[in-house]
Design a protein around this ligand. Structure first.
Ligand code: AMP
Ligand code: ZN
Length: 465
């Protein structure tokens, strides 16, 4: 059974089969490197990672291209504010992005091109668009795409006719990289040099300037994936205008179909609103590490909701993720203890974890897959010997598909004999309901640096933090 995924353009679930019959080739819009990526950005990157891992777990080869946006309005503005060259400024944030990706267990893309490294390709594409009558130069040395020249404009983001007519009659132009649907307009391909751009300009047939943001993805896709490729992905905020503009540029310049499938992830929210740098309501991995949470716990939270549903982020959800992962790890240890070490299996099916795998294959249902891991472990607890080993292999395969690493068992702290003796005495007092003695001895233990936690069948000693 091939994996199925919702296609934003076709508005239906489609089976994923590589156009070239062998390698699934896909493109993800990458980060704009003007600050640390927040965990909203990482919701999108993590789900793209699980998407790739699921294809690969199913035996498909992939070619994953994700760009670095290292020139745009924001990178230029903030590099100048920081008193750094654009290259130094963006290199520093690119390094930080890579470090965060590593902590989250993201597979590096096979190709990671940057916008600044592909200026000639972008200029060549503008040339084609001008030549074919889809773009025009304006008096300020900029070049714009004429959206009225492309009948397919608006299909992806489902703009209706009225909105398109409005855009045309207004004949407005957008010079900024980012704008909203209600300012539908011709968009900029080449921005004529302005004093505020400082040293960041290149020469072109239309004078000095720099490329507009939307163009870079089209040019890099042409370079590495050609005119037709399998899938394009990004957060849902990129659907309009960014992806709409990419389709317009690429189809008009190159004549191909561009992406055969569109995969958009819904936003991570905070208090019901989008987590974004602009609203300053975001968390980075560093912020959460300072609160004692690991990147793997963040990853667990991010895959805990379906990619087509909004996910409201709370710190409580990180605590719940910690508990859930500890529970999974405990179940896995119990299963491993029953599996003969010498048995090695190339799991053909997924045994008790079949439902977990089917969830991933069915529109990348990551919460369904996590649920399937818990029920699978309960079923697998009944297995012995080679059956247990086979189930263990299936469980590990699913963990790899989700990109999860479970916590190792907490090593038990060495308890000195003197402390153990006091604890034993206190336990006896407690069982004899001598509460005064038990309380006094608990205080004695805590003065000596140990917490004693009573359970139904025994006690636990942990060093005072
Ligand atoms: P940027 O660095 O702003 O270009 O964004 C990088 C990626 O993160 C893009 O695919 C965005 O659509 C995505 N993104 C931005 N904010 C969020 C959010 N709150 N939740 C999920 N994805 C997001
Ligand atoms: Zn893009």
């Amino acid at each position: 059974m091939a994996m199925r995924l919702y296609d934003t353009l076709a508005r239906e679930l489609k089976e994923l089969r590589p156009l070239d019959g062998s390698t699934y080739r896909f493109y993800c819009c990458g980060p704009t490197v003007y600050g640390p990526a927040h965990i909203g950005n990482f919701r999108t990157f993590v789900l793209q990672d699980v998407f790739r891992r699921t294809l690969e777990t199913g035996g498909m080869r992939t070619l994953h291209v994700r760009n670095i946006t290292d020139v745009d309005d924001k990178t230029i503005r903030d590099s100048q504010a920081a008193g750094k060259s654009l290259a130094d400024f963006t290199a520093c944030w690119t390094d930080r992005f890579h470090a965060d990706c590593g902590l989250l267990g993201l597979l590096p893309p096979h190709i990671e091109p940057s916008a600044v490294e592909h200026i000639p390709q972008q200029i060549a594409m503008i040339g084609k668009l001008v030549e074919k009558g889809h773009a025009y130069a304006s008096e300020d040395g900029s070049v714009y795409f004429n959206i009225a020249s492309f009948p397919g404009y608006g299909k992806l983001s489902h703009l209706d006719k009225r909105e398109l007519e409005l855009g045309k009659t207004q004949n407005v132009r957008a010079n900024a990289d980012e704008y909203e649907k209600d300012s539908l307009s011709d968009f900029v391909l080449w921005k004529g040099r302005r004093p505020e751009d400082g040293e960041n300009y290149w020469s072109s047939p239309w004078g000095e300037g720099r490329p507009g943001w939307h163009l870079e993805c089209s040019a890099m896709i042409k370079e590495y994936l050609g005119d037709d490729f399998d899938l394009h992905s990004g957060g849902v905020d990129l659907m309009f205008p960014h992806h709409e503009n990419e389709i317009a540029q690429s189809q008009c310049a190159c004549g191909g179909h561009f992406a055969a499938h569109w995969f958009h992830t819904t936003h991570l929210l905070v208090d019901g609103g989008k987590m974004s740098k602009k609203l300053a309501n975001f968390y980075t991995l560093e912020d959460l590490a300072a609160k004692g949470f690991s990147a793997m716990e963040v990853r667990y939270v991010l895959i805990g909701a379906h990619y087509r549903k909004p996910l409201n982020f709370t710190l409580d959800s990180l605590g719940a993720a910690r508990e859930a992962m500890a529970k999974l790890a405990k179940g896995a240890r119990a299963l491993a203890a029953k599996a003969p070490a010498e048995a090695r299996f190339d799991a053909v099916g997924f045994g008790p974890f079949q439902a977990a795998w089917d969830s991933l294959q069915d529109d990348l249902n990551t919460p369904g897959c996590l649920g399937g891991l818990f029920t699978g472990l309960r079923e697998a607890a009944k297995l012995e010997g080679e059956d247990a080993a086979r189930a263990m292999a299936a469980f590990n395969r699913l963990l790899r598909a989700l990109g999860l690493t479970l916590p190792e068992e907490e090593p038990e702290a060495e308890v000195p004999a003197e402390i153990r003796a006091i604890a034993e005495e206190r336990w006896a007092a407690r069982n004899a309901k001598d509460w005064a003695k038990a309380d006094a001895m608990r205080a004695e233990l805590s003065a000596k640096g140990w917490n004693m936690k009573d359970g139904k069948e025994g006690y636990e000693l942990t060093p005072v933090a």
